[in-house]
Structures are given as C-alpha cells and as structure tokens.
Ligand binder design. Structure first.
Ligand code: CNA
Length: 264
C-alpha cells in the first residue's frame, strides 16, 4: 500500500506534510478550502483549479524514484501480489509495474471521461489542452472531460474491491508513504490476516501503527527511500535494483547520464 510520500522524492508534493505539502500551498489555486480541489460538486461549478493541478501532475513531468522501482523489482521476482496505490501520478506504471498488478484506488490520468455524455478518452487525447492551461472539452457534446481521478463524493473504481480476494492471500503487507487518513483505502491496513507481518516505512507513525500495533508489526521510521534501501540491502537485491533503475532511467529519453544522475 502506498501514498503520496513515495513520490515526494520524485519532486511531487504530498498533501499533508507541514510546509511542503499541497494543502499548505494552495494560494495559487484560489480555493474556498483545500479539499475543494478534489470535490466533485466544486469541480462542476469551477474545474479550473483542478486543471491547474492536473497540468502540474500530468504524466511526463516527473520520473519514478527508487521506491517505485522497488515495487517493480518485487514484481519481476514474482513476489508482488498487488500494489494498492492512492497516487495519481502514474509513476508506478512508468517504473514498469504492469497495470494489472496495480490498483490505482484514487484513479489515474491515463484515461478520462466526458462529464456530460460519458464518452471515454485516452489521457493523451487531453494533453494538449491540459498543458496549454485549458479545460478540455468533449468534441462530441462540448462537455468538460475529466481525467478518471476519483474525487471526494465519487465511488472508487470497481477494481478496488480486488482487495477482498488479495488481502487474505498476502503473507506480508508493506505500507509506505501514506498518512492512512483517507478512507476506505486506510482500512485496507487491517484487511490482512492477523498473523501477517505489516511493515510501515514512513516519516511518521500512522493509522493502526499509532494506536493498535500487532505484535508482528514492524516500523521503519524516516525517509522512504532510505527505508527501502535498507530493506533491499538486507535482501541482497541492491545490484538488481540499481540495474533496473538504470535501465528505466535510460529508456524514455535514451539518456547517457550515469548512476549519480538517477532520480532517487
Ligand atoms: P498524505 O496524507 O499527504 O500523507 C503522506 C505521508 O507520507 C505522510 O505521513 C508523510 O509524513 C509521508 N511522507 C512524505 N514524504 C515522505 C518521504 N520522503 N519519506 C517517508 N515518508 C514520507 O498522502 P496520502 O497518500 O496518505 O493521502 C491520500 C491522498 C493524497 C490520495 O488521495 C492521493 O491521491 C493524494 N495525493 C497524491 C499525490 C500523487 O499522486 N503523487 C500527490 C499528493 C496527494
């Protein structure tokens, strides 16, 4: 399970970190209150603040970091049952985690839907309008086309409910970079069997790790990249992770920089 904290090392602010978090830096969006940017009612009245944020977060502006590649490595080793992410930045996909191994619980910019006629679009179809600061319009009915991000007041995607089958099968739950404050996602932490170890890698203690730790819970407090490096090192996987990152960072632009330039 992951949240915005795994993407802060890629340069994307999270919501709740004091000072750097998105909720502390909303002046530019002219909102009545922070959460309005993700409220569907507000969006129907004024989609501009959301699209200002979408321009910033649209896939292509940021690169995955070591944390995303770690999940990709877990998959390559046949150890990943599923990744449940709250993130909407698409960095898991960019790091090579196949879409079917991902549950993007709060949606994705990869697809979009017209809010009037419900016609489906590929996220790439919207890119020119989003990047030029416009609200994308449906060519068919002129309705606003909204990326398939889950807003407050909207239902979670159907595939979120894969958790009912996945979580009882897990034999380890890794939770990283999330405040575990958003429901129903947060409650997934309690959906594994009580005999299953849960590992929290996060800057601070969150959710059940504050008030109801199980005897087999493990907490690694601090920066998520440092925490994952420690884990990967203990597993003896560091060379493989470095190779995966190097290959991933070369791919998009065929870059020639070395390890030092890789985003971690
Ligand atoms: P959050 O509530 O902002 O919490 C982030 C957590 O991560 C906090 O506990 C931080 O202390 C911790 N954290 C931040 N950076 C690090 C770091 N480098 N190392 C270790 N811990 C760190 O974010 P959640 O994901 O829990 O909240 C759910 C919201 C945030 C979801 O709806 C997301 O869609 C939404 N969000 C997503 C993105 C993204 O896609 N990258 C960015 C901002 C917000």
């Amino acid at each position: 399970m992951a949240g915005a904290g795994i993407s802060t090392p890629s340069g994307i602010p999270d919501f709740r970190s004091p000072g750097s978090g998105f909720y502390d830096n909303l002046q530019q969006y002219d909102l009545p209150y922070a959460e309005a940017i993700f409220e569907i009612e507000f969006f129907h009245r004024n989609p501009n603040p959301f699209f200002a944020l979408a321009k910033e977060l649209y896939p292509g502006n940021y690169q995955p970091n070591l944390t995303h590649y770690f999940v990709s490595l877990l998959h390559k080793k046949g150890q990943l049952l599923r990744m449940y992410t709250q993130n909407i930045d698409g960095l898991e996909r960019l790091a090579g985690v196949p879409p079917e191994m991902l549950v993007e619980a709060h949606g994705t910019f990869a697809t979009a839907t017209c809010t009037s006629c419900l016609r489906k679009y590929d996220g790439e179809d919207l890119r020119p309008e989003v990047m030029s600061g416009k609200v994308p319009q449906c060519p068919t009915c002129k309705g606003v086309v909204k990326p398939d991000i889950v807003f407050f007041g909207e239902e979670l995607p159907r595939h979120f409910f894969k958790y009912l089958a996945d979580f009882p099968l897990a034999d380890l739950l890794i939770i990283m970079g999330t405040s575990l404050e958003v429901e129903p996602f947060a409650s997934l932490a309690g959906a594994v069997r009580s005999s299953v170890p849960r590992l929290l890698i996060n800057r601070d203690l969150v959710g059940p790790f504050v008030w109801g730790q199980r005897t087999n819970d493990v907490v690694q407090l601090g920066d998520v990249v440092g925490g994952i490096k420690t884990l990967v090192d203990a597993l003896g996987w560091t060379p493989e992770l470095e190779a995966l990152m190097a290959a991933g960072n070369q791919k998009p632009q065929d870059r020639e920089e070395g390890w030092d330039d890789i985003n971690y």
